[in-house]
Design a protein. Structure first.
Lengths: 111, 114
């Protein structure tokens, strides 16, 4: 499985945008980039996924570098409820549906 | 739509005792996963079911762990006997073939082995 590298922790202020980086230099052409987050005492929650093009949904945006070796999860206006551990995961979308979680980035939001 | 249901939410047992966790996936989801999450770590896959068939159990410690998914709906994960190192959160997730890559997780069962 291709590896991802994320900062251990990040901090931001409420109502400001947050950019969470992820490096995946060994990504293959068939790997999708998934983001999940885990709020305290809850199971992980799907956030967004993409292959090559940038993606937007109601929760966040995903910006994927042209060479696909890195990506950024963007929370446009952080709230206190966005404080969580964010996981960047590479996975074949078809077939195995296997998610290999790393340690993720712990995001702290200051009021 | 109801989410993934797990029970119990918390369990404290003494080492060498058996323990079982139950999971009810989202209705219509044919794929079910069991993960284990140690403190400060990301979840690790233990076993994946496609309907009632275990298609990936390579990470399941088969000497003490067992799982079943009768009728391809509910699932049970069992540990017998439990060891101190089994203390962790056990997460169940489900997904639908039509939306691959999106897994829905339950709240987990927090196990403490004394």
């Amino acid at each position: 499985d291709a590896k991802t590298t994320q900062p251990n922790s990040m901090e931001s202020n409420e109502e400001e945008p947050v950019h969470l980086p992820c490096n995946h230099s060994t990504i293959s052409g068939t790997d999708y980039i998934h983001w999940y987050r885990q709020l305290p005492s809850q199971g992980p929650e799907y956030v967004i996924h993409g292959l090559t093009s940038n993606v937007n949904n109601r929760m966040a945006s995903l910006a994927i570098a042209e060479d696909r070796k890195s990506s950024t999860l963007i929370l446009h206006r952080a709230t206190l409820r966005d404080a969580a551990v964010y996981y960047c995961i590479l996975s074949l979308l078809q077939g195995a549906q296997k998610l290999v979680f790393g340690q993720g980035t712990r995001l702290t939001i200051n009021p | 739509e109801a989410g993934v249901v797990q029970s119990p939410r918390y369990k404290i047992i003494e080492k060498k005792q058996p323990v079982a966790f139950w999971c009810n996936p989202i209705s219509g989801h044919n794929t079910l996963y069991w993960y284990r999450q140690n403190l400060g770590q990301g979840p690790e896959l233990l076993i994946r079911y496609e309907n009632e068939e275990a298609v990936d159990d390579s990470q399941l410690p088969k000497d003490r762990f067992s799982a079943e998914r009768l009728k391809g709906v509910d699932s049970t994960l069992k540990i017998q006997p439990a060891e101190l190192g089994d203390s962790a959160v056990y997460l169940c997730a489900s997904s639908h073939t039509a939306v691959p890559g999106t897994q829905y997780f339950g709240p987990g069962t927090r196990l403490l082995v004394l």
